[in-house]
Design a protein around this ligand. Structure first.
Ligand code: N01
Length: 546
């Protein structure tokens, strides 16, 4: 059914997503006085944490980082119980924020955006949703998240399996009964590892189908003491300020010392200490791990030695050791006893490099050596990341140009926030910002604040449309490419570079220069009077109508 404009609902802004980016956008733009409709496919807030409720789901960023800094009420009233929070606690936090800031009233849940089309004459977006409605909005903010479109593996026969198929990224809200079952886990990235180390300790037979072994570091999670909480709450302002200056956008310190500038015995000591300390500390002890292959090799050897020490069966330890790509060129995982899990008799590794998967059958998975019978198949096979959710519906900009055509060779934008040819359309944690390489909360707050600055500028000057100049977008993309060409990240096959999805443009689209440099680049746009953006005055009629 087509809609005329008379049937459309006119608002200032449509926001897509009820993850942490979308929730902050909803609060911020409401506080600016804009009328808002926020759209979310899930039944409630939480984004990725609403969907990912698989056994052992837990964030591997420190809780202090994985939380908002914009609201003093929220950060003072909420108390994290663990250093690294589990999914139920993160989801409870999302619900707490939604209640405390009264965000739910702006949301239409269980609703998808089906298309968004720019009307250049009227300077607005026409947004069609799955409930058959048409919204007309001056601005659109896409907070669709870098990891929200899960992918199934391209293995023949997936639909033939007669047992229970579960997806990490779409885990049922009613807990399935897995006790005593033969369970196959496909995928050994962050999701798969958490599932394996959790289910491996339960009463079941667990078969891990591993293609590429991942590097993982010990999380060494602990409860947050009352003293820690008091200290944290007293120092939030300075912690948040420090996060903004940090390449990771988080509280973890990052060294400026290159690996080989430190004497060999001291390097070893630093690695031992970081290993014992746990978390991502290890990532921050040398400054050049992602640009110096020789340094990277030595750190990778240190971690491989720990696998050797932990796994009793030394032949099995060899199979679990990641090789052939630099450590940290794939997203590093944090684990709690992952390798120890393989010392249990009920946990079996199927090395799919040595014994490749041929097909999924009615009864399980057939590898070259034979069939592995299963009652349950868990897919932890990752995401069409960074661009997948944005390309899942039609977005059409100026002159009828579709986003999928603009991004045919890979995503292009200014900061992952705005695109030439797509006026008044904004993204948060978009594919050309630091997205997956820095703290998602710090990036989201930065991006929403940047957008708010642009809109305030438009309002002050009576502008109706804004987009970045093509020159500014090109310059930003060139910077991304230059930085990426120096990084070891391109040496691994990973969702960071799009190589996990068939037919997807390959390459590093994210800004690898660190959150602090990204923030400075964003801030320079307002500091130079928004010269990098092209504004169009508002049409007289639309201005008068509002
Ligand atoms: O996905 P992944 P994920 N046959 O893409 C395997 C965040 N996250 O959901 O590498 C066999 O990392 C694939 O094998 P290979 C975090 O940013 C965070 O685990 O292609 N295997 C790989 O092992 C993370 O990086 C948290 O050889 C197949 C796995 O599936 C991101 O989400 C927790 C296959 C996919 O791993 C994604 O993590 C969870 C096939 N045909 C997620 N196809 C925390 O905060 C795919 N695989 C802790």
């Amino acid at each position: 059914m087509d809609h005329t404009s008379a049937q459309a609902e006119r608002v200032d802004m449509v926001i897509v997503g009820a993850g942490f980016g979308g929730m902050y956008a909803t609060w911020k733009f409401r506080e600016m006085g804009l009328s808002i409709v926020s759209i979310e496919e899930g039944k409630d807030v939480g984004g990725v944490w609403y969907w990912n409720r698989y056994p052992g789901a837990r964030c591997d960023l420190l809780s202090v980082d994985y939380s908002y800094g914009f609201s003093e009420e929220v950060q003072q009233e909420w108390t994290w119980s663990e250093q690294f929070a589990a999914q139920p606690e993160i989801l409870a936090y999302a619900n707490f924020v939604a209640d405390r800031l009264d965000l739910r009233k702006h949301y239409r849940f269980e609703t998808r955006v089906e298309s968004a089309k720019w009307d250049d004459k009227r300077q607005l977006w026409r947004v069609r949703t799955s409930d058959g409605k048409l919204l007309e909005a001056t601005y659109c903010v896409m907070s669709t998240g870098p990891l929200s479109k899960p992918t199934d593996p391209d293995i023949p026969g997936l639909s033939r399996f007669k047992g229970l198929t579960l997806r990490a990224a779409r885990w049922p809200h009613e807990e399935p009964d897995l006790k005593g079952k033969r369970i196959g886990v496909l995928g050994t990235g962050s999701s798969g590892m958490q599932i394996i180390q959790t289910l491996g300790r339960t009463e079941c037979e667990l078969f891990v189908f591993q293609r590429t072994p991942s590097f993982t570091l010990p999380m060494r999670n602990r409860k947050v003491s009352d003293r820690d909480v008091a200290e944290l709450k007293a120092n939030y302002a300075s912690i948040r300020a420090a996060c903004k200056m940090n390449p990771t956008g988080g509280a973890r310190p990052v060294s400026t010392r290159p690996f080989f500038s430190i004497p060999a015995d001291h390097r070893q000591e630093l690695m031992e200490q970081a290993w014992q300390h746990g978390g991502h500390t290890f990532l921050g002890i040398f400054s050049d791990l992602m640009v110096n292959q020789a340094a990277n090799d030595q750190v990778a050897d240190f971690v491989r030695d720990r696998i050797h020490d932990t796994v009793n069966d030394k032949a099995l330890a060899e199979k679990l050791k990641p090789r052939g790509y630099p450590i940290f060129a794939r997203r590093p995982c944090l684990d709690t006893g992952y390798y120890e899990t393989y010392n249990r008799e009920n946990v079996h590794l199927v090395d799919c490099l040595e014994d490749p998967i041929v097909e999924i059958t009615e009864n399980g998975i057939r590898t070259q050596s034979g069939e592995h019978e299963l009652d349950v198949l868990i897919l932890a096979t990752g995401y069409d990341a960074l661009t997948g959710a944005l390309l899942a519906f039609e977005i059409t900009g100026k002159d009828g140009v579709a986003l999928k055509d603009k991004w045919e060779g890979g995503p292009r934008s200014l900061f992952g926030i705005m695109m030439a040819g797509f006026p008044n359309l904004f993204m948060t944690t978009g594919p050309n910002g630091p997205a997956a390489l820095a703290n998602i909360f710090t990036i989201s707050e930065n991006d929403v604040d940047f957008i708010a600055g642009v809109i305030a500028q438009m309002q002050a000057q009576g502008q109706g449309a804004v987009e970045p100049s093509l020159a500014a977008e090109d310059a930003w993309m060139a910077q991304i490419q230059t930085l990426a060409s120096r990084s070891l990240m391109l040496k691994a096959k990973t969702w960071w570079t799009g190589s996990n999805v068939k037919g997807k443009p390959q390459g590093m689209s994210m800004f690898t220069g660190g959150f602090h440099k990204y923030r400075e680049a964003c801030e320079s746009v307002s500091a130079n009077g928004y010269r990098d953006l092209v504004f169009e005055p508002a049409p007289a009629l639309e201005t008068a109508a509002r």
